[in-house]
Design a protein around this ligand. Structure first.
Ligand SMILES: NC(=O)c1ccc[n+]([C@@H]2O[C@H](COP(=O)([O-])OP(=O)(O)OC[C@H]3O[C@@H](n4cnc5c(N)ncnc54)[C@H](OP(=O)(O)O)[C@@H]3O)[C@@H](O)[C@H]2O)c1
Length: 209
């Protein structure tokens, strides 16, 4: 099995790549500046920009699963390109990192604070990108992390789309562990959009604010 990691130098992606290597999974690492990663024996590095459809089409050759750890103001266009390229190359399984708040699902004061912090371009574009994924024929899992910490811990719980988001924070290491679990068990959580938070972290904002 070979996984294509989009945005392979992202902070969560780097953690997931370590876990995938430990699990002996082959990876094609797609990033804008390939000199940033020194590949190991299970990894192959390719230069690519997700706003460029041709880059994605080429990178999908021989791939079974796509893990997209992308970001930025062009995220909706990136989502459109990923969907189109995967359709053309007949690759079905997609794991897409999004964010909390795209369905206005964060309750109470934390939800208000999250809007204050993320409105004005970010939430709107991430929401539009998730819609592109959900309206596709792909076997997707969307992951909506709480505010991210760099704590060296794996401790998370899930909520489904339609349920209120729980908690305020989660570690990048937890998201990497969930991504790895999905890659190793690709039939789990198909067509789901998962809120991911550290249990018992409810509050008006993340603890470090
Ligand atoms: N910070 C939070 O609390 C929080 C909470 C929930 C969700 N999120 C979201 O979770 C996602 C992953 O988090 P993270 O910490 O791993 O983010 P990150 O370190 O910023 O990684 C995102 C990656 O996307 C890549 N990228 C952006 N545009 C690209 C393009 N056009 N083509 C190819 N690659 C592109 C960047 O590449 P370059 O290295 O080339 O710039 C970067 O490596 C992000 O979308 C983030 O916004 C964040």
């Amino acid at each position: 099995m070979k996984v294509l990691v989009l945005g392979a130098n992202g902070q969560i992606a780097r953690l997931a790549e370590k876990e995938l290597t430990q699990a002996k999974i082959s990876q094609r690492l797609f990033l804008r500046n390939p000199s940033r990663i020194e590949p190991n024996e299970l990894q192959e590095v390719v230069a690519g920009d997700a706003t460029n459809l041709a880059d994605l089409q080429e990178a999908l050759n021989g791939i079974e699963i796509v893990y997209a750890n992308l970001a930025g103001q062009t995220i909706e266009q990136q989502a459109r390109n990923v969907v189109q390229a995967m359709k053309e190359q007949r690759v079905k399984r997609l794991i897409w990192i999004s964010t909390l708040g795209i369905y206005d699902e964060v309750p109470g004061n934390y939800g208000k604070w999250n809007h204050q912090m993320l409105d004005g371009g970010y939430l709107e574009t991430y929401s539009a990108a998730a819609k592109v994924i959900e309206e596709s024929d792909l076997d997707y899992t969307i992951i909506r992390p709480a505010w991210l910490s760099n704590k060296a811990e794996v401790d998370y719980e899930l909520t489904q789309k339609g349920e209120p988001f729980r908690g305020t924070e989660v570690s990048r290491q937890s998201i990497a562990a969930l991504v790895t679990k999905l890659i190793l068990n690709p039939d789990e959580h198909l067509h789901e959009s998962l809120g991911v938070n550290k249990p018992n972290t409810d509050g008006d904002k993340p603890a470090w604010y």
